[in-house]
Design a protein around this ligand. Structure first.
Ligand code: M6R
Length: 357
């Protein structure tokens, strides 16, 4: 039930701090350390390459998951859109493990890949929010998201849960391989939960930002580099699906290869700046679009150098920023949809779970 909330989407955005805390608990062993099912740990260990298969927001979570498995656990990863993979399978490695990310566990595009992969005899893991769902039942292993029912068509808390569970899987795998990991994920996730809490507690900031940047525009761009780029594509999807504003997420460096031609007087460009290693580059991109008339909204993080930033988020571990930086993007999309009088929870032409190919 949505209780006093006007929309499920807002309720689900607000639930995100408690979802992160619940996941920490759900993946803790008796010693209070993060742990996963030993059979899944074994499957990860055996694999020479992970193939992440997903659609929509779950695909975007997979892009972040690739960063985690490669950077933390040193396992190579490919991330594929399910509707493409099923009909155009790439050359596979010798010992692949297939990871299906799906909030509902019912997405037909993802299921058709699972069916084909099972015929080929490869091991499969489903990461889902719904115990007993089709993809959970049909895969060899399941990891649950523990996000609670997600009702709004626009996925919010499931994305955050997916990214958190992927981080835990990569971290536990790295530890079990005695790969040096120089941070305590459990502690860092607790910091993330608090950071998200402070963001959802200051909603007016995002309501104002949404009004300033998005209330009348026809289009909008989200830019970022590295892990911020993964989040920018999710921010764009959120805005498209509920506010019907044409939006795209771009890698900052790609702008000059074509997209910058679209910048006009007043075009909103929302830039994520949470990664020190590329902050100068992305700030350079912001200057390039501003010089051509764009209306930039820089979202950065405490501990980073600042330069005319519109919104400064609390500091979290650099690899975990997607869990937090997605939240302002969810909120500004929510308010943009409200201003435009859109049906936030049930956007046109969309269904919560897409059970047709
Ligand atoms: O249930 P799934 O995670 O498999 O669903 C995949 C997509 O249909 C879903 O993420 C969709 O993109 C959302 N409406 C995004 O907010």
């Amino acid at each position: 039930e949505k209780g006093t909330y006007p929309h499920y989407m807002l309720k689900e955005i607000d639930e995100q701090p408690s979802v992160v805390r619940k996941i920490i608990q759900a993946y803790e062993n008796e010693q209070g350390e993060l742990a996963i099912d030993p059979a899944i740990a074994e499957a990860l260990h055996e694999a020479d390459r992970l193939y992440i298969i997903a659609a929509g927001t779950s695909y975007h979570a997979g892009l972040v998951g690739k960063e985690y498995f490669e950077k933390i656990a040193r396992i190579p990863v490919e991330v594929h859109i399910s509707s493409e993979f099923g009909y155009n399978m790439p050359l596979l490695s010798e010992k692949p493990l297939f990871i299906f990310i799906t909030q509902s566990g019912e997405t037909a595009d993802s299921r058709q890949v699972l069916v084909k992969i099972k015929e080929l005899g490869y091991p499969t893991l489903t990461i889902t929010n719904v115990p007993g769902s089709t993809l959970s039942r049909e895969a060899d292993y399941t990891m649950l998201l523990h996000a609670g029912p997600e009702i709004a068509v626009a996925s919010t808390k499931a994305y955050v849960a997916q990214v958190a569970v992927l981080a835990i899987a990569a971290y536990v795998e790295a530890k079990s391989q005695r790969i040096e990991v120089n941070f305590d994920l459990k502690k860092e996730l607790a910091i993330v939960a608090n950071a998200i809490q402070s963001i959802v507690d200051s909603k007016e900031v995002f309501e104002i930002a949404s009004k300033d940047y998005l209330s009348t525009t026809r289009n909008a761009f989200f830019i970022g580099r590295n892990i911020d780029y993964c989040v920018s594509v999710e921010g764009a999807l959120k805005l498209k699906e509920i506010s019907y504003i044409q939006a795209e997420g771009f890698a900052g460096g790609e702008l000059k290869h074509g997209t910058i031609a679209l910048i006009e007087e007043g075009t909103p460009v929302i830039a994520l700046v949470t990664q020190k290693s590329v902050s100068l580059n992305i700030r350079g991109n912001v200057k390039e679009v501003t010089a051509r008339g764009a209306n930039p909204c820089i979202i950065s993080m405490e501990g980073m150098e600042q330069d005319g930033d519109a919104i400064v988020l609390p500091q979290v571990h650099p690899l975990l920023t997607p869990l937090m930086s997605v939240v302002p993007l969810q909120l500004i999309s929510y308010y943009a949809a409200l201003y435009r009088g859109c049906d936030v929870d049930k956007p046109r032409n969309l269904a919560k779970s897409v059970t047709v190919e």
